[in-house]
Write a protein that binds this ligand. Structure first.
Ligand code: COI
Length: 360
């Protein structure tokens, strides 16, 4: 039992209503959530309570000025039933990097990790057992000052809720290189996991979907020539045996799955280059039959194979997903780590600490 986090357990678990064989992405929420409050100079009143609505003032800063950031992470169950977190410290650091960009207070990393252990420990029965499914964890922070003017907030809420999820994409994705709208430019907020980055992306995504695509491939905002990311994921290509991913420049999210994939592949001896990825290089590789794989990488999607990329009138068709040796290898290792079938030599997989919550 944590001295810093009080726990009030639900007396009415919704778990019996969950159909583990039919979990849509993002529509199921576990029984509890974590909340802490920032009141000008320190985080306080850290607590776990039954999941439910919260009430905010109509002038709540985040609703008007977008001081809102989040994380996406996952907990899984090992093949012998132990709940595990994936790289929690890295997520704790990344939310603070986002906080700094958005002029918000840091959230103590140790409290972030402790809250995850307690919350996931309490709701571990919500973790789906199937490989490829997981408990999605959504930490987020937003300014809740009640004030008209624009300035950094004084008051914030930091919360974490969770929900069981199945796969994000059920089939390989078709992408359209976006040539009208821009997700981010260096100096903007693209590297932060800021709520507005996602809101700003919806129109382009909906237009691409209406044209028959699954997602957009974001391009740089100056020349629409260099690839940034895809939809809500980072992107990787395999060109003539070499793994290539856009280098981060302030406009691209520093994905934790991206980092994991690069590490795994480099350790396996693959050459992985972070660089400016020129669309003309991709077209030339595709025409020469050297564009062997393309895949998105993110917490929600893990690894999402790409079947086709369209840039103006050029159609780059990828080989069938069965031929994606490198994506397959990285996905198998990440899923294997999450299920405990692959030995974790890097300290990425953290068993959830045993919890005997005392209700308050
Ligand atoms: C994630 O992959 O966790 C994300 O944050 C993307 C999300 C918007 C579904």
């Amino acid at each position: 039992m944590s001295a810093r986090i009080s726990i009030t357990r639900t007396s009415n678990s919704r778990l019996p209503d969950l159909d583990f064989d039919n979990i849509p992405f993002g529509a199921a929420f576990s029984d509890h959530m974590f909340i802490a409050e920032y009141n000008g100079n320190k985080w306080e009143n850290a607590r776990i309570v039954p999941f439910g609505n919260i009430s905010v003032h109509p002038a709540c800063f985040a609703l008007h000025y977008g001081q809102a950031i989040f994380e996406g992470m996952k907990a899984s169950k090992s093949h012998d039933g132990k709940p595990m977190l994936f790289r929690p410290e890295m997520h704790a650091k990344r939310i603070n990097a986002s906080a700094q960009r958005m002029c918000m207070p840091d959230f103590p990393e140790d409290l972030f990790v402790e809250a995850l252990h307690l919350l996931v420990g309490l709701d571990h029965a919500w973790i789906p057992p199937q490989e490829g499914s997981a408990l999605y964890i959504r930490p987020f922070m937003f300014a809740c000052d009640e004030y008209f003017g624009v300035r950094p907030g004084d008051k914030y809420l930091f919360m974490i809720y969770t929900g069981p999820v199945g796969p994000y994409y059920s089939k390989p994705v078709r992408l359209r290189a976006e040539l009208e709208y821009v997700r981010a430019v260096p100096g903007g907020t693209g590297e932060a996991k800021a709520a507005g980055n996602y809101g700003g992306a919806i129109l382009a995504t909906e237009k691409a979907k209406a044209a028959g695509f699954d997602q957009v491939m974001w391009m740089d905002g100056h020349e629409f020539r260099y690839v940034q990311e895809v939809g809500t994921m980072n992107i990787f290509f395999v060109i003539d045996g070499k793994v290539v991913t856009p280098k981060t420049d302030g406009s691209i999210l520093k994905g934790i799955t991206r980092n994991s994939i690069m590490t795994i592949l480099r350790e396996r001896g693959y050459e992985v280059e972070e660089k400016l990825v020129d669309i003309h290089e991709l077209i030339a590789a595709s025409e020469a039959g050297k564009l062997q794989e393309a895949f998105g990488a993110g917490t929600a999607a893990v690894i999402a194979p790409i079947s086709e990329i369209v840039y103006k009138d050029k159609v780059m068709k990828l080989p069938p997903v069965e031929a994606f040796k490198i994506a397959g290898l990285a996905k198998a290792e990440i899923n294997g780590l999450r299920s405990g079938r692959v030995v974790d030599e890097r300290g990425w997989v953290v068993p959830v600490q045993a919890l005997e919550p005392a209700g308050v």
